[in-house]
Design a protein around this ligand. Structure first.
Ligand code: TYD
Length: 238
């Protein structure tokens, strides 16, 4: 699909979104920036953008094949994907299969405790308020979505978790937790944003080693080498 990149619409911490010359299609560019702790730690790592783009594209395609509606259309170069433009819903939907991260910092539960059934939480996406955690009543009171949309988001999040958990299990990787975002187009709810090593917590099932942004957050080693290894492991199924 020959398509022209247009104006920059929005630049996030690690991705930029551009208009295109096609109505309803945006271009998402994965940059080499990496940040953690609300932007308190920042670096640029050559090739990091293309590794996350490749993994996101692979996982969106896999989810699409499994019947999940997503915004993904196609990759047009190693760091740029075409997506359907969505009205983004300001929720960070987090699904947890194993206790880690903010869950063990906030609540009395040991890191590594399996969570069965998985735990779904939603944060209000607003950096200036530090993404406060919501519950169903707050989501409805704030009119972020209506009750039917909320039910659909939860159903999709659980389905996505089942599909991704099984996929990673087949690679001997534990999908500990991840964050996804949804948007609306033509009254339908679709998975948007990205699914990458920046937005998932992945542990090697054998060694427990981190294969995700925790390597960067907690200076556990060569983050680029880890991202490259895990991208190769994931995309070997292509
Ligand atoms: P969480 O444990 O809540 O936060 P932290 O990463 O600070 O320990 O994160 C759960 C998962 O969601 C983890 O895989 C990282 C991802 N996530 C994001 O991608 N962006 C975010 O803003 C947050 C809060 C989490």
């Amino acid at each position: 699909m020959a398509i022209q990149k247009g104006d920059l619409l929005y630049a996030g911490k690690a991705k930029s979104v551009f208009r295109t010359d096609r109505e309803g299609i945006f271009l998402v560019e994965f940059r080499d920036d990496i940040t953690a702790f609300d932007g308190g730690k920042k670096d640029v790592l050559a090739k990091k953008g293309s590794l996350n783009a490749r993994v996101s594209a692979f996982l969106f395609s896999h989810l699409k094949e499994c019947g999940i509606p997503t915004h993904f259309i196609e990759m047009i170069d190693e760091r740029s994907m075409l997506v359907r433009s969505l009205d983004m819903i300001p929720l960070e939907v987090i699904v947890r299969n194993v206790a880690a991260g903010s869950m063990v910092r906030t609540y009395p539960i040991a890191e590594g405790t399996p969570l069965n059934p998985p735990v779904l939480v939603m944060d209000y996406k607003d950096d200036s308020r530090h993404d406060p955690m919501l519950n169903d009543d707050l989501i409805l009171a704030l009119k972020i979505v209506n009750a039917d949309e909320l039910a659909r988001i939860k159903e999709l999040a659980h389905s996505i978790n089942r599909i991704l958990f099984q996929f990673f299990e087949s690679l001997d990787i534990t999908l500990v937790d991840f964050k996804i975002e949804f948007g609306k187009a033509d009254g339908q709810i679709l998975l948007g944003d990205e699914i990458s090593m920046d937005s998932m917590r992945l542990w090697d099932a054998g060694t427990g080693e981190s294969l995700d942004k925790d390597v960067y957050r907690f200076s556990k080693g060569d983050v680029l080498a880890v991202y490259r290894r895990v991208a190769e492991r994931i995309c070997a199924r292509e």
